[in-house]
Design a protein around this ligand. Sequence first.
Ligand code: NAD
Length: 243
Amino acid sequence: MSKSDHKTALITGASRGIGRATAEAFASAGFALILTCHSSMKELETLAAHLHSQYGVPCLTVQADVGDASDVTRLFHDIDELDVLINNAGIAHIGLLTDMSPEQWRRVMAVNLDACFYTCRAAIPLMLKKHSGRIINVSSVWGAQGASMEVAYSASKGGVNAFTKALAKELAPSNIQVNAIACGVIDTAMNSLLSQSDLEELRSEIPADRLGAPEEAAQLILQIAQAPGYMTGQIITLDGGWY
Ligand code: NAD
């Protein structure tokens, strides 16, 4: 796939939530898009058709489980150009650590952390060809703070933070910047795992007195993609003053 008139951004988990809002933000900025989802292909195709007609940008959709190395290899098979990689896909798991099975633990790690390895391993050679590129990982405040009942999720996002900082150092000489955003509570389907009273309690702890909007996360991701090239290795918090 070659799209000479546009820079190209690949966004994982773009069928809803932060990924969907990010797709809209990048389309409005004129990026050609490669959008992926795990299982909501119909929603993703509807989104792609909307973005193409609204902003006139090429928009490719691919179904892929980012936690599966061979699926990610297949995803990159037809991609020959990439400027921005956004590792957004993620899953939460709420429960006591002692109630968690090894399979549940592995799944959280695979989708949230291993995926960053799989996608970056495939994207970096494309960026090296251009001597330019941006990798933006979507992390969480729990990656630094840790959350009770979310040990695996917190560990996976802590891994994403360390991954981001280490890879930024490895790729800085090649003019490829690697940064992450650490979200607080953003109003998406991910939080449907929480009860209304849990959400209310979280909101009351947040100085901004509200949850973040997915569009705010999307705006920050786009700004990082357009930030000066000297900014790399940063974990930028978006949490309404919470931490
Ligand atoms: P969401 O559940 O609405 O969206 C998650 C997206 O990831 C969906 O499109 C889903 O299809 C995709 N996905 C899940 N498993 C996948 C897989 N195996 N392969 C490919 N895609 C897969 O949640 P969201 O809030 O939009 O989450 C986006 C990112 O933001 C996640 O990495 C999440 O950890 C992070 N985050 C969210 C919050 C929040 O409060 N919503 C807070 C901190 C961090």
